[in-house]
Ligand binder design. Structure first.
Ligand code: NAD
Length: 276
């Protein structure tokens, strides 16, 4: 007997079910964070942008999100290195946007160098920005999410949360730690309508990756062209960079009802890198 397919319900359209919700995306003045903020705004969410950058460029980015998607976009200059500023960002989002329904911990930095000369200050900064800021932001945002019985937390980890590469000790440690933190908070919030997931991107051609091309060339004693072909894209069987739009679309999906049973996961978006 042939089954009749029912028409998709309006509630399964992310633009309908997420419209009017609010999202804080750390490190969203550039790269993956901006791609995620734009995707969430495209689903009708009001967004709090955050990150470093020249004031005029940041304002152009913020105004661009409002103009392109007809949502509210606000900006917090909070430094993710500083716990009190992370907490202030969450409080400001509550005041300026009414609530924090979705939290995307995305801010991150990288440094590529052998362990014996790796600068301790770089270790401290990478652990603070790539890992501890997610702890402080979740700690501040979860109580309201529990009270409202709904929340979505997305931690941007990395393929380097699943596997290592040489010369990235602090980054690999922070991203592995972020996956453990994701699972723990997922368990603590599972009965409160909150999901906590990590996305593990492979290489995305953002300023973060562009900066590490000369550093990796130096650390490995090879040319910058060889770094792109033999190191970066060599890791990914597709031999293509992942795009910010792909990460943004997955983030929107994780916010929908369809993803309500996904929590505590680490989702690789890395062209097959960790299948090898
Ligand atoms: P990017 O350099 O383009 O963007 C990083 C963002 O973080 C910027 O908005 C920057 O201003 C912000 N930031 C940096 N330090 C900050 C601080 N102290 N306080 C507040 N904001 C700060 O980099 P990206 O590639 O878009 O990286 C975003 C995230 O994705 C990072 O966590 C990174 O580890 C992760 N990631 C990137 C790749 C990649 O290939 N690009 C792969 C896997 C994971």
């Amino acid at each position: 007997m042939q089954r009749t397919l029912t028409a998709p319900q309006a509630g399964l359209d992310p633009a309908n079910e997420l419209a009017g919700k609010t999202a804080v995306v750390t490190g969203s003045t550039s790269g993956i964070g901006l791609g995620i903020a734009r995707a969430l705004a495209g689903a009708g969410m009001n967004v709090m942008l955050n990150g470093l950058g020249d004031a005029a460029a940041v304002e152009a980015t913020r105004a661009g999100v409002e103009a392109d998607y007809g949502v509210k976009a606000r900006y917090s200059s909070a430094d993710m290195f500083k716990p009190n500023e992370v907490v202030r960002m969450i409080e400001d989002a509550r005041v300026l946007l009414g609530s924090v329904d979705v939290l995307v911990n995305n801010a991150g930095i990288q440094h590529v160098e052998a362990i014996e000369t790796f600068p301790p200050a770089k270790w401290d900064a990478i652990i603070a920005i790539n890992l501890s800021s997610a702890f402080h932001a979740m700690r501040a945002a979860v109580p309201d999410m529990k009270r409202q019985g709904w929340g979505r937390i997305i931690n941007i980890a990395s393929a380097h949360g699943l596997v290592a590469s040489p010369f990235k000790s602090a980054y690999v440690a922070a991203k592995h730690g972020l996956l453990g933190l994701t699972k723990t908070v997922a368990l603590e919030t599972a009965e409160h309508g909150i999901t906590v997931n990590a996305i593990c991107p492979g290489y995305v051609l953002t300023p973060l990756v562009q900066k590490q091309i000369p550093e990796t060339a130096k650390a490995r004693g090879i040319s910058e062209e060889q770094v792109i072909k033999d190191v970066l894209l060599h890791a990914q069987p597709t031999r293509e960079f992942v795009t910010t739009e792909q990460i943004g679309t997955l983030s929107v999906f994780l916010c929908t009802r369809a993803a309500a049973s996904m929590t505590g996961t680490a989702l690789p978006v890395e062209g097959g890198w960790t299948a090898q």
